[in-house]
Design a binder for this molecule. Structure first.
Ligand SMILES: NC(=O)C1=CN([C@@H]2O[C@H](COP(=O)(O)OP(=O)(O)OC[C@H]3O[C@@H](n4cnc5c(N)ncnc54)[C@H](O)[C@@H]3O)[C@@H](O)[C@H]2O)C=CC1
Ligand SMILES: C[N+](C)(C)CC(=O)CC(=O)[O-]
Length: 496
């Protein structure tokens, strides 16, 4: 996989700030140029939100955060970068001017992406000396959570540039889609603007308020779109006969006079004020930053649900998250070098995600099993039982678990788990995990588990091979001298 080593962001507003967070949290150093007097504060706030969201999004080991440097000139920011992302305001003259400066100052092999949401790359690259490396990399807000980037080339963009851009996105957890032909607003904004135009008419004509309109979206097709998009959703809506039946039944309705799409509403002062007022009422006193945090928590929950979907294989953006986590584990999951084996091993550091909280306002039961399962997985990776090992046909299966709940884990709380090996032999691995509040160190829950080494193809327990046992024995020996943890060996109802 080809990775970005150093990025430069020109413009650090809503979208530039999101790109900066995305790069930094993927471990990439970023140099920024933005003449706004408060650019550092604004970027800092976006980054703080992004870090909160990532802590809830994944228990996989993120790389050390990249270094963030603000530069006084555009030229200083782009020097040495191998991906430059332009995110200045949406004006063709301004973007052309900025891109020409980037072109003159950047290394010849640097990729230059523009965040434009609608301008044609052919127009953007007109004045560049090396236009072949310019492409549109259109992201979605918030860039640090939403993975899609529309990659669009102009007349002078080289095929090698498009390929290089596409290859560099998965290592930062993003999905590039190459748009085959350049058109204004590409694909996503074409669709969004069609919806938006129609929505503005519905408000202007007093058919509904902005709140009702948003409710119509978020209680219905908005929920569907996150996981199946438009066409797959409609395929199902065609019943057993599928898409062809759907088109036959509902296609003719497209000819009816349902839409004002071709007519653009006049956004005069009265309409702007009407929408502004209704939007203020809808926000109900919540600030933009508070709304951003709620949005991020919701997105994290949706992404995590999608990660567990399709029999655990992951679906859509959740499958992408799962693949990204595999990369993270492969790159940094092996804590062998830093682990202190003279005490229970600290293996998972995470935060209680919104998707983990139940009606009692604390972490729900099955999420404890998830964290303890992740802890066992992390322990297994230490002894060489990783994804490659499992794919070769062997694994450890959990055959018994006893969880005790001693405290509460609340939304956003920082938690970590430790693992102590109680006993092991060729087939068995008997472990005792504890979940701690990271601030106080207090134990919130424990799990005692028995795992058996299995030949997955044969479906039976079998001795682990020497390559695994040679790593397991020293850990097991180091833990044999530790005190038996309080609660080990307990069973439910023992005190009755
Ligand atoms: N806001 C959104 O939802 C999305 C915006 N985009 C695109 O991203 C780009 C940026 O939009 P936003 O971040 O929303 O705008 P913004 O207004 O939040 O940020 C623009 C930033 O560029 C800075 N800037 C202005 N002139 C500059 C220059 N010469 N050199 C360096 N920095 C300069 C400004 O100080 C500001 O911080 C636009 O092309 C927009 O179409 C793309 C996807 C979504
Ligand atoms: C409003 N917008 C055209 C700038 C929106 C986008 O480009 C994408 C998004 O995040 O919705």
């Amino acid at each position: 996989m080809t990775k970005i080593n150093k990025a430069a962001c020109i413009g650090g507003g809503v979208i530039g700030g999101g790109w900066i967070a995305r790069f930094l949290l993927a471990g990439i150093d970023v140099d920024v140029y933005d003449p706004h007097p408060e650019a550092k504060r604004i970027v800092g706030e976006v980054l703080a939100n992004a870090e909160k969201a990532y802590a809830m999004l994944t228990g996989a080991p993120l790389p050390p955060r990249g270094k963030l440097t603000f530069r006084d000139t555009l030229q200083a920011a782009v020097a040495g970068a191998d991906w430059i992302q332009e995110s200045v305001p949406e004006r063709l003259d301004l973007k052309r001017n900025v891109l020409t400066q980037i072109d003159a100052a950047a290394r010849p092999d640097t990729l230059i992406g523009s965040s434009t949401s609608g301008l044609l790359p052919t127009d953007l690259q007109r004045d560049m000396l090396h236009p072949e490396r310019l492409f549109v990399a259109h992201p979605y807000n918030p860039v640090y959570l939403l993975p899609l980037v529309e990659i669009v080339g102009g007349e002078k963009t080289s095929a090698a540039t498009i390929q290089a851009a596409m290859e560099r996105l998965p290592p930062i957890g993003m999905k590039g889609v190459h748009i085959a032909k350049e058109i204004e607003a590409f694909v996503g904004d074409r669709l969004l603007e069609a919806l938006w135009r129609e929505a503005l008419w519905l408000i202007k004509d007093d058919i509904c308020t902005v709140e009702t309109l948003d409710d119509v979206i978020r209680y219905s097709f908005g929920l569907r779109w996150a996981q199946m998009g438009l066409f797959q959703t409609y395929r199902i809506a065609g019943g057993e006969a599928g898409m062809r039946h759907f088109l036959a039944q509902f296609g003719p309705a497209l000819q009816w006079n349902w839409t004002k799409l071709m007519d653009v509403v006049d956004l005069d002062d009265a309409l702007v004020e009407k929408i502004g007022q209704q939007s203020d009422e809808q926000a109900d006193g919540l600030s933009i930053r508070e709304l951003e945090r709620i949005r991020d928590e919701n997105l994290v929950g949706i992404l995590q649900s999608l990660k567990g979907s399709h029999g655990g294989k992951g679906w859509g953006a959740g499958k992408l998250l799962k693949d990204f986590e595999h990369q993270l584990w492969a790159a940094g999951g092996d804590k062998k070098e830093t682990l202190d084996v003279t005490k229970p091993l600290r293996l998972i550091d995470t935060k209680v995600s919104p998707a983990w909280v139940d009606y009692n306002g604390h972490m729900t039961e099955h999420r404890y099993l998830q964290v303890f399962g992740d802890t066992s997985d992390a322990l297994l990776r230490l002894i060489g039982v990783d994804l490659d090992y499992v794919e070769r046909g062997h694994s450890y299966y959990t055959v018994e678990t006893h969880i005790r709940h001693l405290g509460e884990a609340k939304l956003g709380q920082t938690i970590h788990s430790t693992a102590q090996i109680l006993a092991s032999d060729e087939k068995r691995l008997h472990v005792f995990h504890a979940l701690h509040d990271s601030a106080s160190g207090d134990v919130i829950a424990t799990a005692e588990q028995m795992l058996l080494h299995v030949d997955a193809k044969a479906g039976r327990a079998t001795a682990a091979p020497e390559e695994v046992l040679v790593k397991l024995r020293p850990l097991s020996a180091a833990h044999a001298v530790l005190t038996m943890p309080e609660g080990a060996g307990r069973h439910v109802g023992q005190k009755r």
